[in-house]
Ligand binder design. Structure first.
Ligand code: MEV
Length: 421
């Protein structure tokens, strides 16, 4: 039976929430204390960020080095739980450094906001008339949107006709799209606010109804491109270049491989995005949609051979990132990671993230096209297993190596080895 008088989690303080969990699940003192580690984010901050907060969640943070992007050297913070990713990015960056570093460019920070205009009762009386009215009032609508922000600028407004493709057969809808330069912010809040601010005006002008008012995470006006040259002499010669090109051919031509290939790219992208406080879900959905831009899901990177026979990698992705707003102002570690990066603009951050995605992809496909990824992976994995099994710092390396040699990497084997030492 639900006790209707029971206090709601949202109305409880921190201790009450922990007691609430303890009453339902048998957690010991040590487990409960995990919720009390507020050394980086204070509970009050966490509680303001999300609902029913009980604590924070940590994942490893590492630093990738060797990155030179547009002639500037970077140390790149990466937050990720997966072994090998940071080392792989740093290794790839070291190779590209030999050919002058990554070259990257980014468009302005233009986000798209969408406003869905429909005829609730009928099909549109006259779609074209509604569009004409909206366009006639374009300047007024843009000016109205711009009253909502001091820093972001709505620079354009367009309309599109969309045909309902569902079984409901609602006919044609008009989508009003605003284009907003959100500068150094990711811009979700400001774009949503602008969309909501002009919606009533559009309704009153057209006498039709608005349903959705929301930004699009398909940030195709916020593209970043990055290129890197991997000298063949440093990566195993002509044969290796060719093997990598075959890997790319596989990812370009087959969706099952493309998804895994792109997952490797996102290992790099997400880990920098998380360390710098970005909305990585928005980045993920935008990138995957972009992978389908020609109607087929393909590799987000492109690989080819230049006239010297060296391997060239390119990436082009939509990246809506910000260095102001969101948690960038609140999270002390995010602020420090941005400081480590010495980032001056959101565009610069997007170029760094794209470079890490490309570097990560190179290392993954080189390993796959060569010895396979398990060798390197297993080394780190076996060290983790040795550690989990209680090996001391001095024992970890030896136990891990023995497990690799035996081809048996498990907690039980690590414990046996320790017992017999
Ligand atoms: C593992 O996290 C990522 C890879 O599977 C990427 C790839 O297959 O290209 C190694």
């Amino acid at each position: 039976m639900i006790d209707l008088n029971e206090k709601k989690i949202r109305d409880m303080n921190h201790q009450e929430r922990l007691d609430f969990i303890k009453n339902r699940v048998d957690l010991d003192v040590d487990e409960i204390s995990l919720f009390k580690d507020n050394s980086i984010l204070k509970f009050e901050d966490v509680n303001n960020m999300v609902e029913n907060a009980v604590g924070t969640f940590q994942i490893p943070l590492g630093i990738a080095n060797n990155f030179v992007i547009n002639d500037k050297e970077y140390l790149i913070p990466m937050a990720i739980e997966e072994p090998s990713v940071i080392a792989a990015s740093s290794n790839a960056a070291k190779i590209v450094k030999n050919s002058g570093g990554f070259m990257a460019k980014s468009s302005n920070s233009i986000m798209i906001g969408q406003i869905q205009l429909v005829s609730i009762d009928n099909h549109f009386k006259d779609v074209d008339k509604s569009i004409k009215i909206i366009i006639e009032n374009k300047t007024e609508l843009i000016n109205l949107a711009n009253t909502k922000s001091k820093f972001a600028r709505c620079i354009d407004l367009q309309t599109r006709k969309i045909k309902d493709e569902t079984i409901n057969n609602f006919g044609t809808m008009v989508i009003v799209e605003i284009f907003v330069d959100t500068k150094d912010a990711m811009g979700a809040n400001v774009v949503n606010t602008m969309c909501e601010s002009i919606a009533p005006k559009i309704e009153s002008l057209t006498k039709e109804q608005i349903i959705l008012k929301i930004l699009s995470n398909y940030a195709t006006k916020r593209l970043v491109q990055c290129k890197g040259i991997f000298p063949k002499s440093l990566i195993g010669g002509d044969q290796m270049v060719k093997r990598i090109l075959f890997s790319y051919a596989f990812a370009y031509s087959d969706v099952y491989r493309a998804v895994t290939h792109n997952k490797g790219i996102m290992n790099g992208i997400d880990s920098v995005a998380i360390a710098t406080g970005q909305d990585f879900r928005a980045i993920e959905s935008g990138c995957h949609a972009y992978a389908c831009k020609d109607g087929h899901y393909r590799s987000l990177t492109k690989w080819y051979k230049d006239s010297n026979g060296d391997l060239v990698g390119e990436i082009e992705i939509p990246l809506a990132v910000g260095i102001v707003g969101g948690i960038t102002n609140i999270h002390p570690l995010v602020k420090t990671c941005l400081k480590i990066l010495k980032i001056k603009s959101a565009q610069e951050l997007s170029m760094v993230i794209a470079a890490v995605g490309l570097a990560q992809n190179f290392s993954a496909i080189r390993a796959l096209a060569n010895e396979g990824i398990q060798k390197g992976h297993m080394k780190l994995h076996s060290k983790n297993i040795a550690k989990i099994s209680g090996a001391s710092l001095g024992q970890i390396e030896k136990i891990s190596q023995q497990m690799i040699d035996e081809g048996n990497i498990s907690v039980s084997r690590a414990k046996e080895i320790m017992e017999h030492r």
